[in-house]
Design a protein around this ligand. Sequence first.
Ligand code: ZN
Length: 1049
Amino acid sequence: MIKTEKILHLKSCRGRKVRVVREHYLRETVPCYSSLCQADCENDGKVLPGDLTHYVVPDVGVVVDFLEILEFRELQGIVFTQTACQAVQRKGRRQYNRLRHLLKDPRHDCVLFANEFQEYSYCEREKGESQERWQTRCVYSAAVWYHNHLAGMIDVLMITDDQEAIAQYSSLNSGVYVISVQDFLQNFWPDLQAAHDLYSSISQALQEKEGESSQREFSEHLPAEVLEAGIKSGRYITGTLNISKHRAQNEASIMTEALSNKNKDLSWGVLVFGVKNRNRAVHGDVVVVELLPKSEWRGKVTALSEGQGEEKSGEETESQPMPTGRVVGILQRNWRDYVVTFPPRDGTQSQSRNSQRILAVPWDHRIPKIRISTQQADALQDHRVVVRIDSWESTSLYPNGHSVRVLGRAGELETEVQTILIENCIHVPPFSDAQLRDMPVNSPEKPWTMDPAQVAERRDLRETHLVFSIDPQGCEDVDDTLSIRSIAGGKLLELGVHIADVTHFVTEGSLTDLEARTRATTYYLADRRYDMLPAVLSADLCSLLGGVDRYAMSVLWELDAETLAVTKVWYGRTIIRSSFQLHYELAQALLNGEPAEVPELEKLTSEEKDAKLGQLMQALEMLTHVARHLRAQRDRGGALELEGVEVRAQLDEERNITALVPRQPLEVHETVAECMIYANHWVARKIQEAFPHQALLRCHPHPREEFFSQLVESATAGGFTIDTRTNKALADSLDRAVDPQDPLVNRLLRMMATTAMSQALYFSTGLLAQDQFYHYGLALDRYTHFTSPIRRYADIVVHRLLTAAIAMDTGAEPGKTLSGHKELDEMALHINNKNRAAKRAQKLSVELFQCLFFKERNPQTDLCCVANAAIYAIRDNGVLVFVPEYGVKAPVYLKNREGQVVSAGQDGSCEWQSGSVRRHSDHISTSCICGTSTFRLFEHITVRISVHTTNFHADSLHLEIISNKPHSSAEPQQPRSQGRSQLVQAVVRLAEEASLQAQEREARGSKLSREEREYRQSKSPNLYSLLEEVRELALMDLERTAQVCATTA
Ligand SMILES: [Zn+2]
């Protein structure tokens, strides 16, 4: 090792230049991470492949400015030098984290070379040499070292945007080439259009940056040390900026947990009013806020706001003044990729043609307009484009950004679906070849067979147990099966739940595992699905199909035949062969004693048939008996039966929705769900006992009492009493709150209860005290997810924990691979975030299809657009209603911007008149010359549904009251598509069949663990697979973004 000195010129935090001399040690061997290495480098971990034509060494400027291009997975063999990494680190944490992620991610072919520690690649800085020159020389020297170290077996390409460097180095060494980024892309990646676009957009943004104005629009952020001292002393408050969805122009608030603990005053957060006070903070940033004097505090607006994002001024009712502050600094930028729309360019905007600077409008109302420099402004009009924000200077009213890629024309289905994915940070590229190479093969030429070693190790249930599955019709990914039999001469019952053994195929740390972990869940949109695992697993080898041998993870309970008390539980790996692949309707028909054809029995003689059918019937009956008992047990503990709105979309061959239909429950759904809840509960117990500090469980916290206020108020108005003190009390009082005249009342109350719920969350047992493990909705002391490893990553983690726990029972050491507490905690956070994103995306896609359904119809003439609606909440200027026919929840305004109010005539028909509106707790009334009209909670009214379109954002439904009487129409449930061509009729027939398959039970407290079942599975989407299920999740009150949706399983 050689010692030398390294001289650095750094800037102190006050801006002074400091010269730092550091001791620097050089080594002869520094790993090269190339598979071509002949020098026995210690190349652990990621290694560059040898079968490339060249390696790429980007210089400092390229890494700092064009890192996004280097992130393309197509680009292989990239060597990042230590010199470049340090430069990025100095530039800022956000950029540096990106680079670190890239280097860590095994799906990217790139490595880090510690060039400054390598004796032969290190160059000392020369006297008078500028930092930039020296860095370029270091990177070039590293490139030359690679070429020599790998004995000239591979060419090395240094890429730089420094013309001087190209002139100086390009012909110095053969085999080491120095070219510009643009030449690199043109010569080696001519077809990678996305990279070319990104290059020109970034270079454009860089050029524009040089000529910025200097007039200040915002106050400067305070220096980091001032912020830190202020936070410590309590003068400043820190938290995440949350901009109001409906009043994005003015209202934002800060909410932190620390905040609510310290100061009661602040438990509802701090309001940040107006753009100036927001001081360049973007929704999601972690900010530092200074409170304004009390005289400047204000309240939040409580009226419904029409047309999202468009603010109206003037008379608005505000809540009580609350602590109000202004942003003085930003601790962490949480910028993501944003979808924006390029405005039409014919407007009078002062965007000069030369500068090509466009103010693009983000799809998310909460994000400010972003200034983009582009040469394609005309081509991009009315297109949705993905952009990234680069900076937001105090001299600029808007942040600067650059475009990343074009999604397509606004309003087109594909564009809108991609927009929904990007806005929720959902990245689901097709599985790569490298990932698929990891996978086992199962083809007619090369059928998959069981490994004899596995057969020897596993408990074989193929001969002893009658195993069967119950799923929606056409389901391909069967991840759970059941068995039940009488043992010990009838004294005991043995119940079995057998789950696909996914972790046998997905080893921890493999490419498939990493991809599944990143996705965390399968994503279900209204018309499509993005799988968490490749199809060979999800639809084949992990799918517990009928008549084939499969690996499973099983839980077997021995229950007392009389009392059904558990006498013994067994957990372990098994081999099963499912005898019957039933669907819900078939199983229910068998249970009801209705005639039904079981396909598995078709070919048997009638004698054999009767015997087998008898066995199956007996099993189904036993299962129902046990499940009823389990359900009753949970009911006594206070399990909640909640209400979700479920509708199914029927689509025709052009993806037009022909109907939106609510669906029906069956008891057998509940039976299966109850068994799954039981398995999840017992696995939770097992892993929590084995790993008290590092088990992944799922809790459902007690709801906050104040969130029930709307439910309690509404119920009181309807003459009911809702007791929210415990889940048992709530469940009982909800059961009693029934209006015999109107079944919808109970449903609305359950919907409100759902809205008030907290979210169920994954957590690591090391993080919470045991009394916080409780699952409120299911009334269980411990719960986890074990039964759907094909589509939830949490279940994969739980399977690994269970495997380790079983191994410990036989005396083995807990495996080293087991995640530590901190790691598991991060994992839980990640999965929770992804689940939230999946839900939001699903909800948005349902709304998209709802809008598509109504968009093509004329609201004035099409009868589909007129529907019955029930009022479930009163607001200052209108009411919130629920339309059961379409599962739509939306506001109905009783007062418009012109000051007119809705007035109902004798026959109920409504018209706009000038007048005033008055809100009461259980009703709202309008007065005008014609008299007073009153609209009460739970009353049914008739609404006309139309679509509100703005090119910049998602379309939304607009509901207008046309009568204060219920809508009395013909049966609206029939798909209205008669009289079309033969093909269309065939599709409608299939749609009706699909509707039979998919009648899923309503949101009983338990159903959520199996809700995704309804999505029929298919490897390649065909015409009929579009006839899929959608589930309405729009259970949110308008302003409660914090709670999102309640999930109780
Ligand atoms: Zn080497």
